[in-house]
Design a protein around this ligand. Sequence first.
Ligand SMILES: Nc1ncnc2c1ncn2[C@@H]1O[C@H](COP(=O)(O)OP(=O)(O)OP(=O)(O)O)[C@@H](O)[C@H]1O
Length: 245
Amino acid sequence: MKATIEATIQATIATHDLAVRYGERTVIARLNLAIASGQVLALLGGNGAGKTTTIQTLLGFVPPAAGRVLIGGRDLAAEPEAARRLAYLPENVALYPYLSGIENLRYFCALADIDVTPLEAGDMLAACGLQEGAHGARVSGYSKGMRQKVGLAIAHARSACGMLLDEPTSGLDPAAANDFAARVRAAADRGMAVLMATHDLFNARQVADRIAIMQAGAIVAEVDAHTIGHQELEDLYLHHARELA
Ligand SMILES: Nc1ncnc2c1ncn2[C@@H]1O[C@H](COP(=O)(O)OP(=O)(O)OP(=O)(O)O)[C@@H](O)[C@H]1O
């Protein structure tokens, strides 16, 4: 589904006719995305559909073969630093294991020239749901859910305008997944644009405003997450998965 030019320009995270190649192979083809402030787009798709490659390209890690990436209206090709306004939460948030939650948050903020006092860091972690007893403990002992809360706190502290999540709920128990979903929704409600690549249809419906289905590097369907039922979404997803088989 093609985003209008107006939506692309106004969006916080956007791509226009994006193509990505690995060698001779095209893995993203004419991808048009537009995610406005306050919106969550869930990107569904089978293994190898191109979800992670899309995220890596938005972050500037993978160069486009054609098309444009716009972050906050700034073209990444001309202003690569625009990608620094995005927070990235991969499946396993990378933190320094021998530092505490507070130290990790302060360190990642310092990299962005943001000075955060230990007290402020504790408040930020608490606001993201990390229990106080864990703030000063080494991250090596944290669960996946706790690491994600630190990741969310870093994103807020760095005033990210957008957040890219790659399979954030895989491996989380239902309570942790539910809690994470609520926090992502809250981040969007405060104005962040969120792109969430996931295999979790339930989570996609719970958190997202729109759900896009990706197949062989292109969006083949886009639906309203608030109105589509679980069965309908599953059928749509499987229909496109079968087309490929
Ligand atoms: N560094 C790379 N070099 C060459 N090909 C790659 C590279 N990274 C990914 N690919 C290929 O690009 C295609 C898209 O991969 P990608 O990881 O983006 O898919 P995905 O939708 O994130 O899949 P999954 O759900 O399994 O994580 C796949 O065919 C993959 O093999």
